[in-house]
Design a protein around this ligand. Structure first.
Ligand SMILES: NC(=O)c1ccc[n+]([C@@H]2O[C@H](COP(=O)([O-])OP(=O)(O)OC[C@H]3O[C@@H](n4cnc5c(N)ncnc54)[C@H](OP(=O)(O)O)[C@@H]3O)[C@@H](O)[C@H]2O)c1
Length: 270
């Protein structure tokens, strides 16, 4: 179900809140988005819940992802925090529940067990992780036979993530992208602009299609109506193998947004 075509593109909601969030999310739902990415850390679950409660979209047509932060990785806090997410989102289950970050000590087992407990309790349908390294994915599949539906990581053309793609193939845990347009930086690359002109598409559509053709599902955030629409309209064209390979070369830039300066608790990336 997670890889149903309609769910390959999720609407990201960080750092949107309040009226800005509501306006953007309503635009996204009107455009056709049915997958929404949030997190307890974003402090916008209540705002999302309000929009969903007033929308006419059937619950089973939505795919809601939220994430538990490391600060709630304890026996006392984990499950109550997920119940609070459900209250705030006005939902009786979460579609995909992720561990937002690996713990700083690298000991993933306790949080993975609480995540699986949340699934067993029926609080979520699917479980997954975010910001895991390749070694952590290898360990994850030894902890449980439960399917983990994604590892959500920074993924865009300006960063070579071939080690993580290989780990995804090896472990069977699909990748999902964040900072998908490198917060705009990927869009002004001359190569991307040139390919966009050749396909009569926008630079963002080229970048997001490259991600999809890598076998990675997309999380993209925008507040702009035209950008929201463009980011969703990705299924009526394909990039050639030659153009895919050209875009791959941009990864040599090694442009990582979520680095230790921005997120001090980030693990040593592959
Ligand atoms: N798991 C994690 O640790 C983690 C970390 C970061 C993010 N995320 C998730 O991933 C989502 C996406 O990542 P992100 O929002 O950080 O980065 P992003 O999608 O790379 O960048 C968002 C920025 O790009 C601009 N943009 C988007 N589409 C555009 C287009 N078609 N043309 C021109 N500009 C465009 C937006 O501006 P406009 O509003 O002006 O269009 C916005 O400022 C987040 O919203 C969040 O849900 C997860």
């Amino acid at each position: 179900m997670y890889h149903h075509a309609g769910f390959q593109r999720a609407f990201g909601t960080f750092p949107l809140k309040g009226d800005t969030l509501a306006t953007a999310l309503i635009r996204a739902l009107d455009t056709g988005y049915r997958a929404i990415d949030t997190a307890q850390f974003y402090e916008n679950e209540k705002d999302i819940g309000t929009v969903l409660a007033t929308s006419r979209i059937k619950r089973e047509d939505l795919l809601i992802t939220t994430k538990v932060p490391v600060t709630n990785f304890s026996a006392e806090a984990f499950i109550p925090s997920v119940k609070q997410s459900l209250t705030d989102l006005q939902l009786d289950y979460i579609d995909v529940l992720l561990l937002h970050w690996p713990p700083a000590d690298g000991n993933i087992k306790p949080s993975v067990e609480w995540l699986l407990e949340a699934k067993q309790l029926g609080l979520c349908k699917h479980v997954g992780v975010s910001n895991y390294t390749s070694a952590m994915l290898d360990e994850l599949i030894t902890i449980s036979d439960e399917p983990f539906v994604c590892n959500q990581i920074e993924f865009h053309p300006l960063l070579d993530q071939s080690t993580m793609l290989a780990a995804s193939n090896r472990t069977g845990i699909p990748l999902s992208s964040y900072c998908s347009v490198a917060r705009g930086k990927a869009l002004s690359q001359p190569l991307i602009v040139q390919i966009a002109q050749a396909y009569n598409r926008t630079p963002a559509q080229i970048v997001l299609k490259w991600i999809l053709q890598k076998g990675v599902s997309v999380n993209a955030m925008s507040t702009n109506a035209d950008n929201i629409k463009a980011n969703f309209d990705l299924f009526d064209f394909s990039l050639s193998n030659v153009d895919m390979a050209q875009i791959d070369t941009l990864g040599q830039q090694g442009y990582r947004i979520v680095n230790k300066e921005l997120v001090p608790w980030a693990p040593e990336w592959d």
